[in-house]
Design a protein around this ligand. Structure first.
Ligand code: BYC
Length: 340
């Protein structure tokens, strides 16, 4: 399994990329130099520190998309809470889906420290301007999908997110430490649920294999476009936001998952998947990037359904937000009166 001990080697940021400068005068140049020096020393940037606009913008983009992915990610699995096959599985699934809501909240809070309000971020999601992970635009057709999401989707998420615990922006890095601990549990519970199904009837085994067949390629695409087609990677890595490239993370995921699939007794649906002795990695087949981009651009099988569900939840929750604000105002007035 993927664990907290996953380590990221130092010094693999491409130094050929120059740090983007926001400096327009000497005073700003001094701030820029201090920022650059801290990044080069692998230090942390905190909310009160000066930072170039482009760094701030990139972080808001990535963290808010990440937050949106967490809360949209609650939906495919949430659909199965009422149909979980036992009380034990229902309790586990409810806890997991609740954890994802928590991850969204830590991440919105981290993004808010950059000066963008939660309302602004949610408005971008609800109006279709913001992205969220391509993986959550696919339907969960059977109970085995819930196990496979835990094993593969959360597994891919951990692979991508453990390096983010060392991201240069402090609030994001700190949020990711807790997120990764919880994701590790999510991944193990998914794998365990599948192990149990694989000791069951032939119908259950077929269900697991079918779910693996449908999710495998989507999980490989989750890591984002190939490095050569990834417009944000070089700068993100130079800033210490990303630590490992999309392709390298994808390769780590494939290499870690192949032995897990063997233990589980399923086949990964790729005839080109084989160990390459020379590279000391697995080779794998071609990912359908046209499908990936269609999904990212809002034309995946469940994009509309996911957004409609989020917008409905937001609208129906208006009275809760109003009541909470009214209560907070009342408490504040009471405290002011008592203090007077
Ligand atoms: N889906 O230059 P690139 C979870 C976009 S939560 C949609 O490589 P970057 C979980 C990308 O945003 C999973 N869009 O970008 C939750 C960019 O578009 P913009 C979410 C994608 O930022 C609940 C364009 O493609 N994890 O796992 O350097 C339950 C070019 O890409 C995707 C995170 O968000 C995608 N898959 O790298 C269970 C982790 N991939 O913004 C599980 C944090 C790429 O320029 N984010 N795009 O318009 C990251 O690590 C990075 O943002 C990415 C992309 C690796 C995703």
């Amino acid at each position: 399994m993927y664990t907290q001990s996953f380590s990221v080697p130092d010094g693999d940021a491409p130094t050929a990329v120059k740090l983007v400068s926001g400096a327009t005068d000497n005073a700003t140049q001094a701030l820029q130099d201090a920022f650059d020096a801290r990044i080069d020393a692998d230090g942390r940037i905190e909310p009160q520190d000066w930072m170039p606009d482009a760094y701030r913008k990139t972080l808001v983009r990535q963290i808010s998309q990440h937050a949106h992915s967490e809360i949209v990610g609650m939906l495919p699995e949430g659909n199965w809470i009422s149909r979980a096959p036992s009380l034990k599985r229902k309790a586990i699934l409810m806890a997991k889906v609740q954890d994802e809501a928590g991850h969204g909240l830590y991440l919105y809070s981290a993004a808010e420290t950059l000066g963008t309000s939660r309302d602004q971020m949610l408005d971008a999601l609800h109006t279709g301007r913001a992205k969220y992970s391509s993986i959550f635009t696919y339907p969960t057709l059977t109970w085995a999908d819930v196990g496979v999401i835990g094993w593969l989707v959360d597994g891919a998420a951990i692979m991508n997110q453990i390096p983010l615990c060392r991201c240069s922006y402090g609030p994001y890095a700190r949020a990711m430490v807790r997120v990764c601990k919880e994701e590790s549990f999510h991944q193990r519970q998914g794998y365990e649920a599948l192990l149990v199904m694989m000791t069951g009837t032939q119908e259950q085994k077929d269900m697991v294999q079918d779910a693996v067949n449908r999710w495998w390629w989507k999980c490989l695409a989750m890591f984002g476009p190939p490095d050569a087609d990834s417009p944000n990677s070089a700068q993100g890595m130079r800033w210490g936001i990303k630590r490992i490239s999309n392709d390298d993370l994808r390769q780590k995921f494939v290499d870690a998952t192949v032995p897990q699939a063997k233990v589980l007794g399923v086949t990964l649906p790729d005839p080109d998947l084989k160990w390459n002795e020379e590279r000391q990695h697995h080779d794998y087949g071609a990912i359908d990037w046209d499908e990936f981009w269609a999904t990212v651009n809002g034309n995946g099988p469940c994009n509309k359904e996911r957004l409609n569900t989020r917008v409905k939840a937001w609208n129906e929750g208006a009275w809760v937000r109003e009541a909470a604000l009214a209560h907070a105002r009342k408490q504040q007035d009471k405290q002011m009166k008592e203090a007077a």
